[in-house]
Ligand binder design. Structure first.
Ligand code: XMP
Length: 518
């Protein structure tokens, strides 16, 4: 095992940027974890943070029910950095005054540094452009508590950066974690390295070493099962668990009949021949398609697929004797206990495909990716030598093609969609667009339109192409694909896919639309 890593705790007061703070710190190779603002002090001490960041938040400090952390944190001697609401809370708790305002200051501002300080080291000769910061607040600190001094101001905010003269407490009215703050990275670096004294030791290589050792210790000689799909998360999870327990790990891959062209074969090949894992493959196409017969409602489709999956998985798992553990590819954003991270998608569509397995299988859980963000999972995959084709794969929903054909699911429609999907993926890859975008896929509409081919009138189906940019699937914008690429997609689909005589392009952003059509 390598050295224990230095850690920074981020207390979440509900800001949309809280995750970003933790990510920025991790990018500097310092481990950082988010906990709710009222995380008990004993737990904070047990975590041994070298520094604590208070996030921003949408509340007003004097508002009833506003999130408040313990004042005792100020006396621990652990450096604290309050950002936006975090600063206002510190100011209020230490005896200062915060003014409530209905007018928000939102957007760029330029700071003027008034006093030399470790937090701004390196800023001595910074140009105006380099001192640009991002503001997003309504309230502001009107009166500083005793013991504090002002480090920087802007034209609008006289109290923009502060520090306590004796205690290791700093505060910023602006957001160093967002890209619009020109040298925000450096401010964060100054805090974690110069002020907190962290060393950069959180690397994906060290994560893999520690995680494999931890799984070995936890699991011993017991058997582990886990559901895999060929997607990034489950494949990285499987590679890690496989590395730790070898043949005692049984990844189970269920073909639910709504996969893409050749997908099942490729996944089986990857797990068996490239990762050399003990894959159990079960083709349950008939069972899924039977259960889906005649079902039109998207949520109903999801539920049926989820339920059937659990039945099939449990049946396969029960054939293996003496299993004690269930491995899952749960990621960090799924485990953070805060409402601010659950975007609207979480409730608008039920996304949990394999959610529910732990409830029906009383096994101990192994979740090696629980601490990681998605981009870190990809980096772990790289350390484990997984092929780029897996690590760069676009997200594919658990209910698969079933939610990309409006109306009921039939083998004929699946065939149409598979052919169209193969063409779309091939052309997008060939044109060099695949790695630049979040997702691209065709959707089959349940209508027919008139066309003409040769001298014949046709009356056939419509394919929609959906291509989106996104960073996390929560918001998205449609991709401005070049016209000639769109033309190729349309020509090939209409010429090569039987039963389709029209191709249209989806130009809706999310919100108000969603990425998938169902
Ligand atoms: P929406 O359509 O909600 O999609 O904008 C956001 C992201 O989630 C994926 N998605 C799903 N993934 N099961 C999944 O595993 C689902 O039921 C599901 N529905 C949508 C979608 O592909 C996009 O990346």
């Amino acid at each position: 095992m390598s050295e224990p890593t230095d850690k920074i705790l981020v207390l979440d007061f509900g800001s949309q940027y809280t995750q970003l703070i933790a990510r920025r710190i991790r990018e500097e190779q310092v481990y950082s974890e988010i906990q709710p603002y009222n995380y008990p002090i004993e737990k904070i001490l047990a975590f041994h943070p070298k520094g604590i960041v208070y996030s921003g938040g949408p509340s007003s400090v004097y508002e009833e029910g506003a999130p408040v952390s313990s004042r005792e944190l100020f006396d621990l001697g652990i450096p604290i950095l309050g950002i936006c609401y975090g600063l206002q809370l510190i100011a209020m708790q230490m005896g200062g005054k915060v003014a409530h305002s209905d007018r928000r200051e939102y957007g760029p501002a330029v700071i003027k540094i008034l006093k030399e300080d470790k937090l701004f080291s390196g800023f001595e000769d910074a140009s105006e452009e380099e001192r640009r910061v991002w503001m997003s607040h309504g309230d502001r600190v009107e009166e500083l508590p005793d013991g504090f001094e002002i480090l920087a101001r802007t034209d609008n905010s006289p109290v923009c950066a502060v520090r306590h003269r004796e205690k290791p407490i700093w505060g910023l009215q602006f957001h160093p974690e967002v890209h619009h703050t020109a040298r925000g990275k450096e401010i964060i670096r100054n805090f974690i390295f110069s002020i907190c004294g962290c060393k950069p030791s959180w690397t994906m290589q060290s994560f893999v070493t520690q995680s494999v050792a931890a799984i070995k210790e936890e699991v011993g000689n017991a058997k582990v099962i886990g559901a895999v799909s060929g997607g990034v998360d489950s494949t990285v999870m499987a590679a890690l668990v496989g590395e730790a327990v070898g043949n005692n790990f049984y990844p189970i891959f269920v073909n639910n009949g709504v996969l893409r062209k050749n997908e099942a074969e490729e996944v089986v090949h990857l797990y068996r021949n490239q990762l050399h894992l003990n894959l159990i493959y079960h083709d349950a196409t008939d069972r899924f398609l039977d259960a889906l017969k005649g079902v039109i409602d998207p949520e109903e489709k999801r539920k049926i697929i989820g339920r059937t999956f659990i039945d099939v998985f449990v049946h396969e798992a029960e054939k293996i004797e003496g299993v004690e553990f269930l491995a899952q590819g749960t990621l960090y954003p799924d485990v953070i206990e805060s409402v601010s991270f659950k975007g609207p998608s979480a409730t608008i569509k039920s996304h949990h495909n394999v959610g529910g397995l732990p409830e029906v299988m009383p096994l101990k859980l192994v979740e090696p990716l629980r601490e990681l963000f998605k981009d870190e999972v990809r980096l772990v995959g790289k350390v484990l030598d997984l092929p780029d084709s897996i690590l760069g794969r676009h997200p594919f929903p658990g209910p698969g093609l079933a939610i990309r054909m409006l109306d009921d699911v039939t083998p004929e429609k699946l065939e149409t969609l598979r052919e169209a999907d193969a063409i779309v993926t091939e052309e997008i890859r060939k044109a060099g667009w695949y790695d630049k975008i979040w997702q691209v896929f065709p959707v089959l509409l349940p209508i027919k339109t008139v066309g003409v081919m040769g001298d014949e009138r046709t009356y056939e189906q419509v394919i929609v192409i959906r291509a989106v940019h996104s960073v996390d699937g929560m918001t998205a914008d449609w991709v401005r694909l070049p016209y000639d690429l769109m033309a190729r997609l349309s020509n090939r689909i209409i010429n090569e896919v039987k039963g389709v005589n029209r191709v249209v392009y989806d130009i809706s952003s999310k919100p108000p639309s969603t990425i998938e059509w169902e």
